[in-house]
Design a binder for this molecule. Structure first.
Ligand code: SAM
Length: 282
């Protein structure tokens, strides 16, 4: 029995179900259920929410979320070896946990969830940023989720919260800060995981804003910031040539010096540039 529920400790679960971690699936498991319950608490009050969890693995965070009283958890896990362990949690929380054995990039979770929806995950590093960008760039806002509580490599977490002038500042910071309020809420050393990864990790909490901070078309803004930071050393007038042949005129129209680099330009100016580009198609 563990400290948070009547299920066996995670080390025993992993041994019983022979869940040797696979590097190819980004498997670094959290074994301390007090820690997973703490991460679940960082998601805020889950008692009136459906929670989407990506990559439950042996179920440490899943059990944390359920012990914290989540109304429902939908967990999407790619590794079929984890299914028997997750079925034991399902049995301990009847009607509260649904597990899908599939790739989070292919499954549409909305078919299985009811608002309000929170997302909480210790993300596999190989699909973590792709999922985050998808959650941040739907055509319409507000999105289907009200908050994201996500574990990343610390270096990725810093890219999400970075400010202009910082070397971590770029596309992720702009997309995240445009439509949400992101904060690093917990730092974790490698020893918190089994096996320990080579780098530190951090939990980022992002609350969806009711509306984006500044108007802009998400697809155009995404294209502009992707080009601006694709070769971060380049001046914007050459980095953004692929966006519009008239980019120097557009930069001047919104008050950005064409010799500036992306990392010197703030969110408001990038949104103005995206609007200028969208309003003047070539
Ligand atoms: N949540 C568990 C924990 O905190 O101990 C496991 C986290 S581990 C970092 C990432 C999990 O994501 C693994 O269980 C892995 O099998 C799963 N995973 C990897 N790629 C996935 C994908 N494309 N879709 C769904 N799950 C995936």
């Amino acid at each position: 029995m563990s400290t948070i529920d009547n299920l066996p400790p995670l080390r025993d679960v992993i041994a019983t179900h022979e869940l040797a971690a696979k590097k190819s699936l980004g498997q670094n498991f959290l074994l301390d259920l007090n820690l997973t319950a703490k991460i679940a608490r960082l998601a805020g009050d889950v008692s009136a929410a459906d929670v989407l969890e990506i990559g439950p693995g042996p179920g440490g965070l899943t059990r944390g979320l359920l012990a914290e009283g989540a109304r429902r958890v939908l967990a999407i896990e790619k590794d079929p070896r984890c299914m028997p362990a997750l079925a034991e949690i399902e049995a301990a929380y009847p009607g509260q946990l649904q597990v899908i054995n599939g790739d989070a990039l292919d499954v549409n979770p909305l078919e299985h969830l009811t608002a309000p929806i929170k997302i909480a995950a210790n993300l596999p590093y190989n699909v973590g940023t792709e999922l985050l960008v998808r959650w941040l760039t739907p055509p319409a806002w507000p999105p289907f989720w009200e908050s994201l509580t996500l574990m990343f490599q610390r270096e990725v977490a810093q890219r999400i919260v970075a400010q202009p002038g910082n070397k971590a500042y770029g596309r992720l910071a702009l997309l995240a800060q445009w439509r949400s309020d992101p904060r690093i809420v917990l730092d974790l050393p490698p020893e918190a995981f089994s096996p320990p990864p080579k780098v530190n990790s951090a939990v980022v909490h992002l609350t969806a804003l009711p509306a984006p901070r500044y108007p802009a078309d998400p697809a155009v803004l995404n294209k502009v910031v992707a080009a601006a930071f694709n070769q971060r050393r380049k001046m914007l007038r050459s980095a953004l040539k692929s966006v519009s042949p008239d980019i120097e005129t557009h930069l001047a129209a919104v008050g950005i010096k064409p010799t500036e680099r992306g990392e010197q330009v703030g969110l408001e100016a990038f949104c103005a540039l995206a609007r200028q580009v969208a309003d003047n198609p070539t």
